[in-house]
Design a protein around this ligand. Structure first.
Ligand code: 5GP
Ligand code: ZN
Length: 145
């Protein structure tokens, strides 16, 4: 039996209390079509155990989810005719995460479909190097996952 959360929509989908279009399932992972796709074929790869996000999942469970995304992506490209795809995880509401149960988005992309364009910024001289040093220092005192 997997850890579930009573008010989690993905736990309800995993438990078949809510219907979904399933494209893959094994003991640990379920993959379904997103109900509101960015492009047709937009798939969500979901660990069956309820975990919040990438900081709440074991490396082993995360690896299983990613390996399923790796298997599904070529099929999505074949079926949709898309030449490319985005693979993304939102972590926390400020990132756009709405469903608080970890999921990997696999989104077929077409040339010039105009979706998901990032606005890139710019560092002041030395700012990037200093920031990198602070990140390295922060990681040095954090427990390994
Ligand atoms: P998030 O913004 O949390 O990264 O992504 C949540 C995704 O779940 C959204 O793309 C949304 O369309 C999808 N979603 C929300 N509710 C349902 C549902 O009941 N069924 C399916 N198949 N997808 C859902
Ligand atoms: Zn859940």
């Amino acid at each position: 039996m997997h850890n579930t959360s009573m008010d989690c929509i993905f736990c309800k989908i995993i438990a078949r209390k809510i219907p979904s279009d399933i494209v893959y399932e094994d003991d640990d992972v379920l993959a379904i079509l997103d109900i509101a796709p960015i492009n047709p074929g937009h798939t969500l790869v979901i660990p069956k155990r309820h975990v919040r996000d990438l900081l709440d999942v074991s490396p082993e469970a995360a690896a299983k989810v990613i390996s399923v995304a790796q298997r599904i992506a070529p099929a999505l490209l074949k079926v949709t005719g898309a030449p490319a795809f985005n693979c993304s995880i939102n972590n926390g509401p400020a990132s756009g995460q709405v469903v608080m149960h970890l999921h990997v988005h696999v989104i077929p992309r077409h040339p010039s479909d105009g979706l998901i364009s990032w606005v890139h910024g710019k560092y002041e001289p030395g700012e990037s190097a200093a920031l990198a040093q602070r990140i390295v220092a922060a990681m040095a005192v954090m427990p390994k996952v």
